[in-house]
Each structure stands twice: as structure tokens, then as C-alpha cells.
Write a protein that binds this ligand. Structure first.
Ligand code: NOJ
Length: 656
């Protein structure tokens, strides 16, 4: 029965074999059979049988064709493999576009809140004032604001002397003003938000903070929150060692209540916290979490180099005996035991761990990577420590203050030296960063003169990595003269030459002196006077002038958003007293040649054609006075620039 079913199933197939057998050649017919029976093949074979295939494929023509086809097949493989090997060896590997975080290419803008914009007419800038000016900051194409301290403070160091780390000083507004500022900044406009980096001041508090008051009274757990040492008594004081504060005074101050001396790296109103006390570490962790919970995008850690001092209180070694003993920075003492101690990295790594926890958290939406910037002092080689030893440790970068040393005599060679020093010292994979000025340094325009400001702006915004702009530098604000008035900065009370008032004058917004140039409604109340040149140097006037410092800044800042500037290679080309030049390029992207003249003589007909293998290019950006025309074609065999001028040339990527 089963056989029957099989037959039925294959019956039709058998019939087909029988139909074709009539036409088979005789060689396929079984010999020895009287009836010329064609050999049948068992199912499931269908169509041409094996012998038939062999029969046809053994014909001479087929053999020849097969040989030729095989030769073509293997020959092509050999040629293909050879070509791949030759191309791989002969051409450098295409670099992949790196995956970089926002802060690695950020354009940061420092807002000193006292001086930026006063919204309530008390003469001091505030948080709502900053919020009013967010459109302006967006116009500058910046990525992040670094906001100098706004915490409750007796203002003996304008906020760097903190009473309460998780508060807003009423002078600047309140917590809900700050929340609104953060919300507004995080709203995307044209696909971009603004990030907020806050000042984080872990080294010291104000002596008016409750922690210090309790410590003075030996109230637990605050007794050891600060660094206390025996130092004789009120009539017979004996400092524990020769340590000096940044003001050049002894770093120990006797407190008659506790009858001990406390240590302070800065003013005596700013006692140092004791980081050998775990409770202090936990307090500061909580402060950090408080602000990260508020969604700030990063911290700038103040005075990090001074977080720890030698446990054994050893005397600082003597330095240059001929230097002024009262000048902390003069070299009289080497600050070996009070600066850049390796233990600092334990705290940095601890805080980095907290930041990373928030950076990767996606509980309430996409992760927001946070950044840690260290305000450290020391040589570029000493500062290398702050990057940490592993990818997940250390600060993201320490500020590079090299360019804040530029003055009018710093020519192309000098600038190249400062840039190279930083590039050589930093770890290769870490982003570079550039700072021209801040609230502690004389303004860049006052240091180099108006003529050279634009060229420096060009460098700031086209060198690789992060740029930091101090408020007002984009319009060329100058230091104010305070010789006929007392210093507002308490640091300048006993020695006016130390005052930082000159670089902290009100932002110059409008061409209107009665409103203090748009800073405040009552100019009489302004905490510092505006600069007398505010009539011409202000945002309103410069906005309408295509050659103004502001226009140069804005053009370069927009250009900076091109990917080549975000992560492209950087190669120094020609350098001399009146020439500093480099190339920014990357596979597949537009290339840019940046040339500035920081010297005192004209650069005439400089030939870049060999350096960049091109004879002409398009002008992508210029400094205000430059004779080049943006968008025009330019001859790279004859580049000419007057002192203080700069130009960026560009050309599209052409695959070789
Ligand atoms: C560095 C700040 O930039 C400066 O303004 C301040 O006085 C000291 N740290 C102390 O906090």
C-alpha cells in the first residue's frame, strides 16, 4: 500500500522521463540491452541527468570556455587584492570623525554678575539682568556661560567668600531667579541651548559662615572643619610656620575666642576648609549634588591648587632672596608645601565621579554631560596633573592662562611659544583651551592695544579646543582708571595696585550715558563707573558697524561652528616676528589657513602656496582693518597684512 502511494506520487515524473528518452543520443543508452532502454534516475533528480551534463561539459569548446572563465575569475581576485594592499599602504588612513562632547569645542563666555546687567536699579548687576541679555549671548554664538559667584556672601571678595553654598545672595536675586535663568538657557533656540557652568569654591568659606562660627566655638561637628593650629597667645604670637597668603601676608591669623590660629590662603576673612576631615568632604559633596540636581552643566573649581597643605606644616623652601618678601608671586618663597599637592587629585577624582554620575543619568530625559574645569596655578607641566591619570579621572581641563601673559610686545614668535608650550604640555588626547582675560587680570585690550585685539580674537576662536571670553572683551572694553577713587575690591584697600576694579567695570550696552550705557537705570548708583569711551565702545554702536570688534567676534564665532574648528587637526605653518600662521583641516572637510600679524612691521607678499599646496583660496574671515574682502578669492602666493591684522582663508576638501 505504501509502495502504491509512492508510485502515485512520482508517477507523473516517470512519464516525463519516458517522453524524453526517445531523443537521447546512443551513448547514453544502456549497452547489452536489446530494447535500448534509457537508464532512469531515481527521484528526486529532475531534468538533465548527470551523464548528460558530463557529456556536454567535456566537449572541447566547453573546456576552453571554462578555462578562460576560471582565469578571468582568479585573475580579477588577484588584481583586486593587490589594489587593496597598494591603496592601504600608499594612502594614510582616513580619520573617523571623533565623538566629542559639547564642552570639548565650547565657546565659553564669562559673566561677572556684578558688572553685566542690573535689572533692579541698585547699581549692581544681577541674575535677572543676565536673563534679559540671553539673546545677546546667543547672537555671539557662544555655547556656555561661566557665571562667577552669586552665593550669599559679605562680599569681601565679591562672592568668592561664601556664607552659604546653596543660596543666592539677595544682591543678585533669589533662587527662583536662578532657576528661571537655567530654564531659559536650556531652551533650544535654532537647535541649540546654552549651558551654565557655575563657580564652585571648595577651598575656603567666608569667616561669617555658620560653619566657621561654630568651629571657632568648638561646636561639634564643626570643630575641625577648618585648619587650626596652636600659635602662642595674643601677647606672644608665634606663627606655626612661614606660610604666606596670596596677598603676601602671613597665612595664619589668631582667633582670640578659640585661642588658636586658623590658616587662610587668601584674605583673613576667608579661612581654608580642612580636607583632612571627612565631614568636610561630605558637606562639599552635598553642595555639588545640590547644584547638579538644579541641572547646571558644569563647575569651574576655584583655587583648586590650594586645597591641601603639607600635613607636617613644613616651612616653604626659600626662593629668590633678592625678591620682595611681601610679594607672594615674586618668588621669595617656593610654595612647595601649600600648592599643587598630589592629594588634591583625590578630591578632584571624587567630584569627577559625582559629575559623571549625573552626566550619564537618563532618568529624566537624555543624558546631559557635565564638565569640570579647574582653576589651577602653576607651569603648564605642573598643571598636567589636573587632567588625571585615567580617562575617567581628573578635571576635564585646567584653565590655560598662558595667553593672559600677552602684552603689546608679544609678537608672532612670542605667541607661537605660548601656544606651543600648552599644546606640548597637555596630554595628547585632551582638548586645548585658551583664555585671554578674566576678572583677575588686566583687560586684553588694555594690555595689547586696540589694533591687536581682533587678531587675538581670531586666534582665540580658531585655535583647537575651548575658548573663554571675558564679558566685554568682544567689544574691546578697556580697564577703567581708579586713581581718583577708592578701590571697591577689598583686596585693593590696603594696596590699590592690587585692586581688580579696573577690569570689572560695567558692561557697555548702549550709546546712552544717563543709563550708564544700558548697565543700570541710575548711573549714580553703579558700583563702578563706566569707562569714559563707552560712548563709542558699546554693543549698540558696534552692532551696526561691520568692521567693529563685535562684528569681527561674531563672524569668527559663527565660523568656529564649522566642524573643522570643532575637531580638525592643527598644524603650525610659518612663524616670525610679524607672522603667526596655522592650518586647520580634516579629511572630507573644508580647510582653513589662519594668518595673523602680531608684529610691528607689515607682512608683505608672503608665499603660502607650498605650505598648503594651493595658490589661491577664499577669504573666510578678516579682522576689522584688514584689506581682504570676505568671500573674495585671494592669492596665497602673496599674503600681505598690516600689524594687528589677520585673515582666515578657506578651500573645500578635494579627494586625492
Ligand atoms: C580665584 C578667583 O578668580 C579670585 O577672584 C579669587 O579672589 C580667588 N580665587 C579666591 O577665591
Amino acid at each position: 500500500m505504501a509502495d502504491m502511494e509512492m508510485q502515485d506520487e512520482y508517477g507523473a515524473e516517470r512519464q516525463r522521463h519516458k517522453d524524453v528518452k526517445q531523443s537521447f543520443p546512443s551513448s547514453l543508452v544502456e549497452s547489452g540491452s536489446s530494447s535500448n532502454v534509457v537508464k532512469e534516475y531515481p527521484p528526486p533528480y529532475a531534468g538533465m541527468g548527470k551523464e548528460m551534463v558530463l557529456h556536454y561539459s567535456n566537449t572541447p569548446a566547453f573546456n576552453r570556455a571554462r578555462k578562460v572563465l576560471l582565469m578571468i575569475f582568479w585573475g580579477s581576485w588577484i588584481v583586486l587584492i593587490g589594489a587593496v594592499v597598494v591603496l592601504t599602504v600608499a594612502h594614510p588612513r582616513c580619520k573617523l570623525k571623533p565623538n566629542i562632547e559639547w564642552w570639548q569645542k565650547a565657546s565659553v563666555y564669562q559673566v561677572y554678575p556684578r558688572s553685566f546687567k542690573d535689572s533692579d536699579g541698585d547699581g549692581v548687576g544681577d541674575i535677572n539682568g543676565i536673563r534679559e541679555k540671553l539673546d545677546y549671548l546667543r547672537e555671539l554664538s557662544i555655547d556656555a556661560i561661566w557665571l562667577s559667584p552669586f552665593y550669599e556672601s559679605p562680599m569681601r571678595d565679591f562672592g568668592y567668600d561664601v556664607i552659604n553654598y546653596t543660596s543666592v545672595d539677595p544682591l543678585f536675586g533669589n533662587m527662583s531667579d536662578l532657576d528661571s535663568l537655567i530654564d531659559e538657557m536650556h531652551k533650544e533656540v535654532d537647535g541649540r541651548d546654552l549651558k551654565l557652568i557655575i563657580d564652585f569654591i571648595p577651598n575656603h568659606t567666608s569667616n561669617e559662615s555658620i560653619w566657621f562660627q561654630q568651629s571657632v566655638d568648638r561646636v561639634e561637628p564643626y570643630t575641625e572643619y577648618y585648619i587650626w593650629e596652636d600659635c602662642g597667645n595674643a601677647t606672644h604670637l608665634q606663627d606655626p610656620n612661614n606660610w604666606q597668603s596670596a596677598l603676601g601676608t602671613p597665612a595664619w591669623t589668631y582667633h582670640s575666642t578659640r585661642q588658636q590660629c586658623y590658616f587662610h590662603q587668601y584674605q583673613d576673612s576667608m579661612p581654608d576648609l580642612n580636607y583632612r576631615n571627612n565631614l568636610v568632604k561630605e558637606e562639599i559633596d552635598a553642595v555639588l549634588r545640590f547644584w547638579l540636581d538644579k541641572n547646571v552643566d558644569g563647575i569651574r573649581i576655584d583655587a583648586i591648587s590650594k586645597l591641601y597643605e603639607d600635613y607636617n606644616l613644613r616651612d616653604e623652601p626659600a626662593g629668590d632672596e633678592s625678591a620682595d618678601p611681601n610679594d607672594y608671586y615674586g618668588g621669595y618663597l617656593n610654595h612647595t608645601y601649600t600648592k599643587n599637592l598630589p592629594e588634591i587629585m583625590d578630591m578632584i577624582n571624587r567630584w569627577r565621579g559625582i559629575l559623571d554620575e549625573y552626566s550619564t543619568n537618563t532618568d529624566s530625559g537624555p543624558a546631559r554631560p557635565r564638565v569640570m574645569v579647574a582653576e589651577a596655578s602653576g607651569s603648564p607641566t605642573q598643571l598636567k596633573m589636573y587632567y588625571g591619570r585615567t580617562k575617567d579621572g581628573g578635571a576635564n581641563f585646567p584653565f590655560n592662562f598662558g595667553l593672559t601673559r600677552i602684552n603689546e610686545s608679544c609678537d608672532g614668535l612670542c605667541i607661537a611659544g605660548l601656544v606651543d608650550t600648552w599644546m606640548d604640555a597637555k596630554p595628547e588626547e585632551a582638548p586645548a583651551n585658551w583664555v585671554l582675560g578674566n576678572h583677575d587680570k588686566s583687560r586684553i585690550t588694555s594690555r595689547v592695544g586696540e589694533e591687536k585685539l581682533d587678531a587675538l580674537t581670531m586666534l582665540l576662536l580658531t585655535l583647537p579646543g575651548v575658548s573663554t571670553t571675558y564679558y566685554g572683551d568682544e567689544i574691546g572694553m578697556l580697564n577703567i582708571n581708579i586713581s581718583d577713587r577708592p578701590s571697591q575690591d577689598p583686596v585693593g584697600w590696603s594696596d590699590k595696585s592690587l585692586s581688580r576694579d579696573p577690569e570689572r567695570s560695567p558692561m557697555q550696552w548702549y550709546d546712552n550715558s544717563s543709563s550708564c550705557y544700558g548697565f543700570t537705570s541710575d548711573c549714580q548708583a553703579a558700583w563702578l563707573p563706566p569707562h569714559p569711551d563707552a560712548e563709542e565702545t558699546n554693543v549698540q554702536v558696534e552692532r551696526d558697524d561691520p568692521l567693529s570688534h563685535l562684528s569681527v567676534y561674531k563672524n569668527l564665532s559663527r565660523l568656529r561652528r564649522e566642524e573643522t574648528f570643532s575637531y580638525g587637526d592643527w598644524t603650525t605653518l610659518k612663524v616670525s616676528a610679524n607672522l603667526y600662521s596655522y592650518l586647520r583641516s580634516f579629511n572630507g572637510l573644508t580647510s582653513y589657513l589662519v594668518v595673523v600679524n602680531m608684529g610691528d612691521t607689515a607682512l608683505v607678499d608672503e608665499d603660502f602656496s607650498e605650505a598648503v599646496s594651493k595658490t589661491s583660496a577664499t577669504v573666510a574671515a578678516i579682522t576689522g582693518k584688514s584689506s581682504y574682502i570676505p568671500g573674495a578669492k585671494a592669492d596665497l602666493m602673496k599674503v600681505s597684512l598690516q600689524p594687528g591684522d589677520g585673515v582666515v582663508f578657506s578651500w573645500p576638501y578635494i579627494a586625492q
